[in-house]
Structures are given as C-alpha cells and as structure tokens.
Design a protein around this ligand. Structure first.
Ligand code: ADE
Ligand code: ZN
Length: 337
C-alpha cells in the first residue's frame, strides 16, 4: 500500500482519542473571538503573531503560552463552544470516542469557578452524543507544578460531579515534580472510584514512569516515551499490556524527538507495547488525530496492520465497557485496507 492509501485506511477506521487537553484545542481564531467577547487583553495582534509564538524548545515554553491562552475562557458558554468545536472537528477524522482532559486549576486560579468550566464541557459532551452519537469521558487533571494540597482542594471541588468524571490525571511541568508528590491525592481519587492516569516519561526519566505505576497505580500511561530507555520497564509495560497515549506531533513540537523519522512509535509497536496515536494540544502542535496519523505514516515504516493495531489499541485502552469495546473492535475489523 502507498502511504496515501495508508492515510485513507487510517481515516476510515473508527478511532478513540485518549490524550487531548481541551484547553489545548483552543484555535487562535477562537482565542481572538473569546478575547473580544470577554474583553481580555492578549499579547498578540494578528494570527501571524500567534503562530510565530508557537515555536517551542521544550514543554515549559509551551506551557507558558498554553496557560496564557486559556485566560480567554471565562464563561460556561466559552467552555461549551471550545468543547463543541473540538468534537465537531474530530468527528471528521472518524473519532468515535474521546477521553478528554481538562485542567480545573488553570481556571480556578484565575477566579473562574470549577462548576463553570465543567458545566460547559459536560453540556457539549451530552450534545455530541445526542446529535452524532460520539461518546466521551472526562478526565480531571492535577497541575503537578502546584502543591499536592491544591490537588486535594480540586478533588473536593469535584465531589458533586464525581458521577460525571471518569478519571484523574497529572499534567504540566514534569521534571522536578515526580509522581510521588501526588501519591496521597491519587489514593484518595481511587477511593472515590475514579480511574487514574498520569503524564510520565515525556521529559521525565523512566523512574517517573515506575513511580506512576507503583505509587499512583495508574490505569493508563500518558506519553511514556522515555520508558524505552529502560529494558526492564519496557518488558513490564508489555507484560501488563499498559496502554500508552502517544502524541507524535506534540513530541516533535516540544523537541521530545528531533525529527519524526526518529519517533519511537513503530519501535513501541514492534516491542509489543500498547501504543495509541493522539493529538495532545492540537491547536498548538499542528493538528488533530488524523494529522498525527499522517505524520507518522509519512515518517515511519508503518504497515496496514500497524494502523489497525493503533485503532484497536485506542478502544482496548479506553475506559469503555466490555460491550462497547467489542462493538467498536468489530467495526474496526470490518474495514478493509
Ligand atoms: N498540558 C497540556 N499538554 C501537556 C503536555 N504535553 N505535557 C504536560 N502537560 C500538558
Ligand atoms: Zn498531554
């Protein structure tokens, strides 16, 4: 199959997106529109100025711009519009299910109530389900550069919403903020019946991935790239069939890899790791799920079975019921290359 045929095949396959920060789907056009609507001053005057600012040499460079960008999100309607725009966009990529991160502390810190953010997001998730049958789950992330006590405050704010939150996650500046810092709040979230995920091994060392497994007891690993530096850890991830939510264009933009041809996705699949393809922060990193598939297809030696495996992994690693997964997997197996 040509690379073009592989991209067409990837497009046809039903897919789940498991690593998407909803605040990272804020496109520059919407950023300007919401800034105008809410009278927020932005340091950019034109779309070109925004795009020029999106040149990052590491995770922290990006995070500084990302937190600044979310300042335009103020009302429930803003969160609804943001979420609806993402769901409509990935519907075109044949994403049938999305597990969406949000960063409540990025909003409560600025005086936007927890309930404002989550209400707007949840209304959009319900509407997408009713209007076009896309399913979605919500993952509440703790910002790891803040103290664990602040994460406990966030978990308390989430109490009235726990039946509509699937999992907690851990994101923001990785190095210097190991998973061990959040062991107690993850235990409390587990006690509340929430699933657990964490960013680890994006910039941080393999030891952070071990901590996420052993101390946080995660159900799914976000990124995980640097696990490959440690053979025993890699073997463990394979044995446990731990899902890795890999984000190729993010890795390129944040200089986790120097070049897409050096991306470890194909190596992960060949090692028997349960890798998936995701967009992370599509408005900042150059594209949505299908842009990520197109980028790895162009750069790596992936074949049609690799592409099918990636689509299957996305549902196997999702927090869906057994029946829901079986239905999606059967639909994937019915698509011919
Ligand atoms: N927040 C949004 N995107 C992130 C990423 N790729 N890593 C850590 N924190 C994030
Ligand atoms: Zn992320």
């Amino acid at each position: 199959m040509t690379k073009q045929d592989l991209v067409a095949f990837a497009h046809k396959l039903p897919k789940a997106e498991l690593h998407l920060h909803i605040e990272g789907s804020l496109e520059p056009e919407m950023m300007f529109a919401l800034a105008r609507r809410n009278n927020v001053d932005l340091p950019f005057k034109t779309l070109e100025e925004v795009r020029n600012a999106y040149a990052f040499s590491n995770l922290q460079d990006f995070l500084d711009i990302y937190y600044q960008g979310m300042s335009v999100l103020q009302t429930e309607e803003d969160f609804f519009d943001l979420t609806m725009a993402y769901l409509n966009r990935v519907r075109a990529d044949n994403v049938r299910h999305a597990e969406i991160f949000f960063d409540p502390q990025g909003h409560t810190e600025r005086g936007v109530p927890f309930d404002t953010a989550i209400s707007g997001i949840l209304t959009a998730l319900q509407m997408a389900r009713a209007q076009f049958g896309m399913t979605a789950k919500l993952i509440m992330c703790f910002l790891r550069h803040l103290p664990e006590e602040d994460a406990f405050t966030t978990l308390r704010q989430a109490e009235p919403w726990l039946d509509r939150i699937e999992a907690v996650g851990l994101d923001s500046s990785e190095v210097g903020h190991p998973p061990s810092k959040f062991e107690r709040v993850f235990a409390a979230a587990r006690e509340s019946g929430l699933k657990l995920v964490a960013h680890a091994g994006e910039e941080g060392p393999p030891e952070y991935v071990r901590e996420a497994l052993d101390l946080l007891k995660i159900d799914r690993l976000d990124h995980g790239n640097r696990s490959l530096e440690d053979e025993a850890l890699t073997a463990r991830l394979r044995e446990e069939q731990m899902t890795l939510t890999v984000c190729p264009l993010s890795n390129l933009k944040l200089c986790v890899v120097d070049d897409m041809t050096a991306h470890p996705l194909k190596r992960m699949l060949d090692l028997g790791l349960k890798a998936t393809v995701n967009s992370d922060d599509p408005a900042y990193f150059g594209g949505y799920v299908m842009d990520n598939f197109a980028a790895v297809i162009a750069a790596l030696n992936l074949d049609a079975e690799d592409i099918r495996t990636l689509a299957r992994n996305s549902f196997e690693g999702a927090f869906l019921s057994g029946g829901e997964k079986r239905a999606q997997l059967a639909a994937i197996d019915a698509v011919l290359p």
